[in-house]
Ligand binder design. Structure first.
Ligand code: ARG
Ligand code: ASP
Length: 665
C-alpha cells in the first residue's frame, strides 16, 4: 500500500503536463502553442519567433553574457535589472557622483553614459543542425559560415538533450550600449541580501540602457557618431497590471538547469555538495559581515563580495531544503526503476543506468575535491598578495585581521572535508609538518601580508602550482567535459543514451532541453502559494510594504526621503491603482513560470504579448527548480512595470522617457 502510494506520488511529482514547467525552444514553440492558448495566450507562434517577419525575439537580448534585457522603444531603449547593470553603474560611480547610492538619470541623449565591454546580443535565427553534423560538417564549419553572414554576427552550435540534438544560434552583437537610468540602490537593491530570494519582496530591481548603432543601423564600436538602434520589434507596455490566474510568459536566456540527472546526482547535491558549500560560506560571511558592521568603509569595500557570496549561499540552502522536502531522491529512484523495467529487454538501454551509477561513484570524490578547492583555497581573498593595498591604507589593518581569520577558517575547512586521495599534496605535507591547518594558514597569511614593498610570496606561488597540478590530475580523470555541473566525459556519453531512452519510454512527459544560456520561452500564470502551514503568500506586494520595511538605521532598508514622503502621504498621482479596496502602487508579483539564473531582466508579458513586468528572482524554496520543478512551490518573482514607471517619473523626474515608449490601451 505504502509503496503504491509512493509510486503514485513520485509519478505525480514528475508529471510535467500538469505544471507550467518547461523552458521551450522558440523555433519549436508551435509545438506548445495550443497549450499556451488554452492557458490564455492570444498570440501566435509566429508572433513569438519568426524568421520572416519581426517577432518578439527581436526585442529580447542576451545582456552581457549573464542576464536578459528587452527593447521598449523604437529608439533602442532597453530595460534590464539593477543587479544586471550593477557593474556598469558602479564603474561610473565616484565619491562626487555616487550613482550607486543616489541613482542616475540621463536627462537627454547627450547625458547617456558609454560603457566599455558592455554588449547585447539579438538572436537572428536558430536552426537544428543535427543532420548536417551527422553528414560530416563540423560545428566549427557551421559556425564560421554563419558568422560570415553579417556585421557583428556571432554564432554557436549548442547541444540539446546531451547532444541528441544540435542547434545553431546566430546572433547580432551590439557593443555600444549606454547607461540611461538607474534608481538609487535603496530602491534597486532594496532589502539587499536579506530580502534576496525571498517573498514578500519590494525590490525595484531595474536599470535602463540604450543600444547604439551605426547610421545604417548596424553594430558598431562606440562612437559619438553612432545613433540609437532601431530594433525590428520592441515591447509595448501595459499598465493594466495582472491578477492571480492571469497568463504570463517569460522570454529570456536561462543559464543552467539539470532536470534529467539521476537520483545519485541529486543526492550528491542535496546531501553532500550544497551542505558543505553552505557551511564554508557561512563561515566566510560571518567574518565579512562582522567587519562590515564595525565600519562603514568596510561595508562598502565588501559590498559586492558579500552580495556574490551570499547569493549562491542562500540559493543552495533553498535548493537543498526544497529537494529534501519534495523527496526528489526517492521519486527519481522510483522513476529510474520504472525505466529499468522497460529497458530490461532493450540492449541499447539495458545497462545505461548501471553504468551511469558506476561512473558517478567513480567521480564523486574527485568532483567534490574540485568544488571544495574553489570554495576554500582557491578563493580570491586567499590568492592575493596584500602588501600593497589598492583599496586605501586606512582600512588595511582591518582587512588584514579579517584575512587572517579567513585563512584559518578556509584552510581548516579544506583540510577537514577534502577526500585524502585528492588533497593538494603540498597542502597535506605542510599541515603534517606544521601540525595543523591553522598553523599552515598562519604561515601563508604572513607570506602574503608582508609589510615590505616586495610583491613576492614564493610560498603562495608554490601552493598555486601544486593546486594547478591537482586540478589537472582531476580533469584527466573526468575527461573532456564542462565542469559547470557534476560531470565527466563518460557521464555525458551515457546521458546521451539515457535521455534518448527516456524520450522513447516516457511518451507522456513533455520534454524540454536543459537551460544552456540559449533563448527560451517559459509560460504560466500569476499565482501565490502555500508557504507553510497556515501561511499563504499572496502573489503581489505594494508600496506600503516598503514603508513597513523602511529603516534608516539599516543600509539596505533606508529608502530615499522622497519615496518615504510619497508613500506616507499616499501621493501616488496617476500611478495610484485600486488593490484590495485601497489606493496603492503595486511593486512585485509572483508567477509559476519556470526560470533560472540568466532569466534576470527577462520581459514578463501578458496574454497579448505586452510588457507587464521584469523578471528578477525566485522564491527561496523554488530554487530547486534547476533540478526538479514543483508546481506547488516554484515561483518566479517579477517587478511590476507600473512600479518601474512610477520610479522613473516620481523619483527620477525622467518621465520624458515615456514619450518614446508605446503604451497599450
Ligand atoms: N537572487 C537574484 C539572482 O540570482 C538576485 C541577486 C542579486 N541581489 C543580491 N542581493 N545579491 O541573481
Ligand atoms: N536572480 C537570477 C538572475 O540573476 C534569476 C533566478 O535565479 O531566478 O538571473
Amino acid at each position: 500500500m505504502k509503496r503504491t502510494l509512493l509510486t503514485l506520488l513520485a509519478a505525480l511529482a514528475l508529471l510535467p503536463a500538469l505544471a507550467d514547467e518547461g523552458m521551450w525552444l522558440p523555433s519549436l514553440i508551435s509545438e506548445r502553442i495550443d497549450d499556451m492558448r488554452a492557458k490564455g495566450f492570444r498570440l501566435t507562434a509566429e508572433d513569438i519567433y519568426s524568421i520572416n517577419k519581426a517577432s518578439m525575439k527581436d526585442a529580447v537580448v542576451l545582456f552581457n553574457g549573464g542576464c536578459t534585457g528587452e527593447l521598449i522603444s523604437p529608439e533602442g531603449l532597453l530595460l534590464t535589472n539593477h543587479h544586471c547593470g550593477y557593474d556598469a553603474i558602479q564603474k561610473h560611480s565616484t565619491v562626487e557622483h555616487d550613482y550607486l547610492t543616489n541613482g542616475f538619470w540621463a536627462m537627454s541623449r547627450a547625458e547617456e553614459l558609454p560603457n566599455e565591454k558592455l554588449w547585447v546580443r539579438f538572436l537572428v535565427r536558430m536552426e537544428e543542425v543535427t543532420d548536417r553534423i551527422a553528414a560530416g560538417e563540423t560545428a566549427a564549419q557551421i559556425v564560421e559560415k554563419a558568422k560570415a553572414e553579417g556585421t557583428g554576427y556571432k554564432a554557436s552550435v549548442e547541444q540539446m538533450y546531451y547532444g541528441n540534438q544540435q542547434f545553431l544560434f546566430v546572433y547580432e552583437q551590439f557593443d555600444d550600449v549606454r547607461l540611461v537610468a538607474a534608481p538609487p540602490s535603496s530602491i534597486g537593491k532594496f532589502g539587499g541580501d536579506t530580502d534576496n530570494w525571498m517573498w514578500p519582496r519590494h525590490t525595484g530591481d531595474f536599470s535602463m540602457f540604450r543600444v547604439y548603432a551605426s547610421k545604417d543601423n548596424r553594430p558598431a564600436a562606440y562612437s559619438p557618431q553612432n545613433v540609437p538602434y532601431r530594433p525590428k520589434k520592441h515591447f509595448s507596455i501595459s499598465t493594466k497590471g495582472v491578477k492571480e490566474g492571469d497568463f504570463t510568459m517569460i522570454y529570456g536566456f536561462p543559464g543552467n538547469t539539470q532536470e534529467y540527472i539521476l537520483s545519485d546526482a541529486v543526492a550528491y547535491i542535496a546531501e553532500r555538495s550544497d551542505p558543505a558549500k553552505i557551511a564554508i560560506r557561512t563561515g566566510r560571511l560571518d567574518i565579512i559581515t562582522k567587519a562590515q558592521e564595525s565600519d562603514p568603509a568596510l561595508r562598502i569595500h565588501y559590498a559586492a563580495k558579500h552580495a556574490s557570496i551570499a547569493n549562491a549561499w542562500k540559493k543552495w540552502q533553498g535548493e537543498a531544503l526544497g529537494l529534501t522536502r519534495l523527496n526528489t531522491v526517492a521519486s527519481k529512484q522510483e522513476y529510474e526503476q520504472a525505466f529499468q523495467a522497460w529497458a530490461q529487454d532493450k540492449p541499447e538501454y539495458r545497462d545505461v543506468l548501471k553504468e551511469l551509477k558506476a561512473e558517478y561513484a567513480r567521480i564523486f570524490d574527485a568532483y567534490f575535491a574540485l568544488e571544495l578547492m574553489s570554495e576554500t583555497i582557491r578563493t580570491g581573498e586567499l590568492n592575493r598578495i596584500y602588501n600593497r593595498p589598492s583599496f586605501g591604507d586606512e582600512i588595511y589593518p582591518q582587512v588584514k585581521a579579517l584575512n587572517r581569520d579567513l585563512f584559518r577558517v578556509l584552510y581548516r575547512e579544506y583540510y577537514d572535508n577534502c577526500p585524502q586521495e585528492y588533497m593538494v599534496p603540498l597542502f597535506a605535507a605542510e599541515v603534517e609538518r606544521l601540525g595543523s591547518p591553522e598553523a599552515y594558514a598562519e604561515l601563508m597569511f604572513e607570506a602574503t601580508h608582508k609589510e615590505d614593498e616586495s610583491t613576492e610570496a614564493p610560498e603562495l606561488e608554490a601552493l598555486r602550482a601544486d593546486i594547478r597540478t591537482t586540478v589537472t590530475r582531476i580533469f584527466e580523470e573526468l575527461g573532456k567535459c564542462s565542469t559547470r555541473n557534476l560531470n565527466s566525459e563518460r557521464l555525458n556519453e551515457l546521458y546521451t543514451t539515457y535521455i534518448k531512452g527516456l524520450r522513447e519510454w516516457d511518451t507522456e512527459r513533455a520534454f524540454y532541453p536543459d537551460a544552456n544560456l540559449t533563448l527560451r520561452v517559459a509560460y504560466g500564470k500569476v499565482g501565490g502559494y502555500q508557504y507553510a502551514d497556515g501561511v499563504y503568500h499572496k502573489p503581489y506586494t505594494t508600496v506600503e510594504g516598503i514603508l513597513e520595511k523602511d529603516n534608516p538605521e539599516i543600509y539596505d532598508y533606508n529608502i530615499p526621503q522622497r519615496l518615504r514622503d510619497i508613500i506616507a502621504a499616499k501621493d501616488y498621482g496617476r500611478w495610484g491603482v485600486e488593490i484590495d479596496g485601497r489606493t496603492t502602487v503595486p511593486v512585485c508579483f509572483l508567477a509559476d513560470n519556470h526560470t533560472t539564473g540568466g532569466n534576470s531582466g527577462s520581459p514578463v508579458v501578458n496574454a497579448d504579448g505586452e510588457l507587464v513586468g521584469i523578471n528578477f528572482d525566485r522564491t527561496w524554496l523554488s530554487t530547486m527548480s534547476d533540478i526538479a520543478f514543483d508546481p506547488a512551490f516554484c515561483r518566479n518573482i517579477a517587478l511590476d512595470i507600473r512600479y518601474v514607471l512610477f520610479v522613473i517619473d516620481r523619483i527620477g523626474d525622467a518621465s520624458y522617457l515615456f514619450e518614446e515608449m508605446d503604451f497599450a490601451e
